[in-house]
Design a protein around this ligand. Structure first.
Ligand SMILES: Cc1cc2nc3c(=O)[nH]c(=O)nc-3n(C[C@H](O)[C@H](O)[C@H](O)COP(=O)(O)OP(=O)(O)OC[C@H]3O[C@@H](n4cnc5c(N)ncnc54)[C@H](O)[C@@H]3O)c2cc1C
Length: 480
């Protein structure tokens, strides 16, 4: 394999830096900490943090709002992701329904309204991008999950039925047979697919950096290079000094366990960083696209247990991601995101399996950390006594959910009883991860089981999901 860039945050962030001209690290420290008390301090300059800042100043123009970011805006998952702006609920619908029932509510109705809010959040995101003039290569082509084994096809049929029972609109979903799928994207071994029309593709760095420019223009102070070490009621301590604020929102996702705080949701075992890795190809020539199709620029994924996700970029590359080496002992985070050669090879093999005739080179590989709670569900907490709120646990589905979470946090902080504050992820208790080394062993065992299950289903062309995968899902609490 020829040499490729590795790490450097991501292809998206590198391209954004290149477009800005030569990097000037001093720029990161160009904005001072505020010396007066803030109405809102946001910890973490990812999508959750910036959407919270955005809505805070849109709702109350002139409000004193500061965002504190350890590195630069987009350094975390928000600048590294696959760019699926999708309506997928982060986590397990059955778990949310059960939690709602435990509170005396109708579980199905709770999940249905969650789904409707997620659909609405995709629309809202696209509307705001247009209104604010953010050009993030947004394109609404839906997302298409393909099945390469009979067992995976069966899973897609079950997903289709479950989606309809849990709030998806019929017109937003379509099961495709092999022929119909081929007309969209010629994934060679695919037996069919499930199209979800709501989803849009974005360039993650253009989205997050566009949002930064918009919030700054509206008066938000975004302080980069300010690492928060402690969050306490009314006070945020950073590497560059202390900020006082009435309301503090922690939007640290996979990095949540790294700050010192007594706030609920910020314990070291509340959330773990799980790696997701990506590669991007060279720009593919027109004749390659003629063979592949993909004219609708749908986001593309598969229904394997160790699934991959991909997009056709605005400049005609394929960016494809998957889990690779999932978890670093003791919740290590990925730094600038360099990827091991084996993971890069695996992603290339998956791409080649989809398109056997495709000739491509990898130009850049990177990884980022998704934040995963013990039951893989997201949670939003707000303590009105301390004024501290926390959102976390979007797992691999945060590009849309962060927007909904940010608005929910603000409704909670305002003390309202709204449709958002009633969604089942509010005060959801996900439990805690096991101490090490059990945690490391458990997460690695789960991924091993999923890998074995995929190979089993592929080699036997099996009609049903293997018992191994079912066991893995049970172990992780992922089965719906
Ligand atoms: C490779 C990859 C692919 C993905 N693909 C998709 C996808 O296609 N669709 C989808 O919906 N989701 C996807 N996700 C998940 C999605 O990107 C995340 O759920 C979402 O971006 C989380 O946003 P956030 O703002 O909560 O966290 P982050 O974006 O991680 O932001 C947290 C910020 O906090 C900062 N920080 C850390 N420590 C401190 C500190 N001590 N003080 C101050 N700041 C600190 C970090 O630098 C970071 O900028 C993917 C994730 C990855 C890694």
């Amino acid at each position: 394999m020829t040499a490729y860039r590795n790490g450097e945050i991501s292809h998206w962030m590198r391209a954004a830096h290149a477009a800005d001209g030569p990097a000037d690290p001093s720029q990161r420290r160009a904005v001072d900490l505020p010396d007066e008390k803030q109405e809102l301090a946001v910890v973490g300059g990812g999508l959750t943090g910036l959407w919270a800042a955005y809505h805070a100043v849109v709702d109350r123009p002139g409000a004193k709002v500061t965002v504190l970011e350890a590195e630069e805006v987009g350094y975390g998952a928000s600048g590294r992701n696959g760019g699926w702006l999708s309506p997928l609920i982060p986590g397990n619908r059955a778990v949310y329904a059960k939690a709602a029932r435990a509170r005396g509510l109708d579980g199905t109705a709770a999940v249905t309204s969650f789904q409707q809010e997620m659909d609405g959040a995709v629309d809202d995101t696209l509307r705001i991008l247009q209104e604010e003039g953010i050009e993030a290569d947004q394109h609404r082509g839906g997302h298409l999950r393909v099945a390469t084994t009979p067992a995976a096809m069966k899973r897609l049929e079950l997903t289709h039925a479950a989606d309809l029972a849990n709030g998806y609109r019929e017109q937003d979903l379509q099961l495709l047979d092999a022929e119909a799928l081929k007309k969209r994207i010629a994934v060679r071994p695919a037996l069919g697919g499930l199209l979800t029309r709501t989803t849009a593709r974005v360039d993650p760095a253009k989205l997050i950096r566009g949002l930064k420019a918009v919030v700054e223009a509206r008066g938000v102070r975004v302080v980069e290079g300010a690492r928060v070490t402690r969050i306490a009621p009314g006070t945020v301590i950073t590497s560059r000094g202390t900020v006082s604020a009435t309301t503090i929102l922690s939007c640290l996702e996979a990095y949540s366990g790294q700050v010192d705080s007594d706030a609920r949701g910020l314990g070291k075992r509340d959330i773990v960083p799980v790696n997701s890795s990506m590669v991007v190809t060279n720009q593919l020539p027109e004749d390659a696209w003629e063979r592949i199709g993909w004219q609708g620029r749908e986001c593309l994924g598969d229904a394997a247990h160790t699934f991959v996700y991909a997009q056709r970029t605005a400049d005609d590359r394929i960016a494809i991601g998957g889990r690779g080496t999932p978890y670093a002992f003791n919740s290590g985070t990925p730094g600038l995101g360099s990827v091991d050669a084996r993971t890069v090879r695996t992603l290339c093999e998956r791409l080649q399996l989809f398109f056997p005739d495709l000739q491509f080179t990898v130009e850049h590989a990177w990884r980022g950390a998704i934040g995963v709670t013990r039951d893989w569900c997201a949670g939003i907490t707000f303590d009105s006594d301390t004024g501290i709120g926390v959102a976390r646990g979007f797992a691999g589905h945060g590009v849309t959910a962060t927007h909904l979470a940010a608005r929910t946090l603000l409704d909670r902080a305002a003390g309202g009883d709204t449709a958002l504050t009633r969604l089942p992820w509010n005060e959801h208790d996900s439990g805690r991860w096991e101490p090490e080394p059990l945690r490391w062993a458990g997460i690695h065992a789960m991924y091993r089981l999923f890998g074995i299950a995929d190979r089993w289903e592929e080699s036997r062309h099996s009609q049903n999901t293997s018992l191994i995968a079912r066991f893995g899902s049970r172990l992780a609490g992922l089965s719906e």
